[in-house]
Design a protein around this ligand. Sequence first.
Ligand code: UDP
Length: 317
Amino acid sequence: MTKKRALITGGAGFLGSHLCERFLAEGWEVVCMDNLITGDLHNVEHLFSNPDVHFEHRDVTEYIHVPGALDAVMHFASPASPIDYLELPIQTLKVGSLGTHKALGLARSKGSRFLLASTSECYGDPLVHPQSEDYWGNVNPVGPRGVYDEAMRFAEAMTMAYHRFHGVETRIVRIFNTYGPRMRLNDGRALPAFMSQGLCGEDLTVFGDGSQTRSFCYVDDLVEGICRLLGSEEVLPTNIGNPSEMTILEFAQTVLEMTGSDSKIVFKDLPVDDPKVRQPNIDKAKAVLGWEPQVKLRDGLERTMDYFKRRLALEPS
Ligand code: UDP
């Protein structure tokens, strides 16, 4: 029997690499495509001895050619942290818009199912809390985060157009804050910052007064939700995230305690347009996919800390 085959764009990134692993474990062949501007070969090189994985060093915003059949195209390529948006604003806009167009064109030509990795950033600084899929969001198009938020909103619109106009089988996941092994140590996001700071004995930098909230999902739970969504018939966007909400100050205190460090927490300026609250409403994922997160925050943080300790030993700050 021929194996099923998936293209995973952004396959060498944090989420992409976990997806590659999951598909391989389920007996798929995987084409892992990445231009490595934020992805890292370290995340996938342990898979290269597997003859079912093929790595393509390619930019998905250019014309993409993949020989052979493709059952699924998983579009996960994008810079995805506030520091990345500041450093790579044009690439962020291009991969969400042009890259999504190219990936959809490929899915259409191969008759593949297409899944877009969208984001809770589509809700911007939300005025509805928790956020359910029918909320249209409160996004500043011209602020620093606009390059990501608007690109992803465009990507969702493009995906729906390919579905409605070309009949492509499409799925859209709105991903909320996710953490786990293979996050970039220095991407400026809260978890890598707090964990590296704690483990290196540096002060933890909480932005603003830390009263803004987030809800953190462990990567294995996210991947399970995405796989269920791909196999489902749900075309409209679906939130996948962990609804257990906390303030960023509480999160910093938890990470600090777990690192066992005697570092202090210091307060820095709040970045522009930093959302004040964020929590997924996952009623739809529960009802349609029978999915809800299983991993408790402290368990997920332990697993993540093992990874961070290993990485920090390799790359002393
Ligand atoms: N944050 C912080 N200190 C840091 C990095 C981030 O207090 O060193 C805050 C940030 O301002 C935001 C929250 O943590 O309110 C989550 O930030 P992250 O960049 O992880 O994700 P996002 O803002 O996209 O949810």
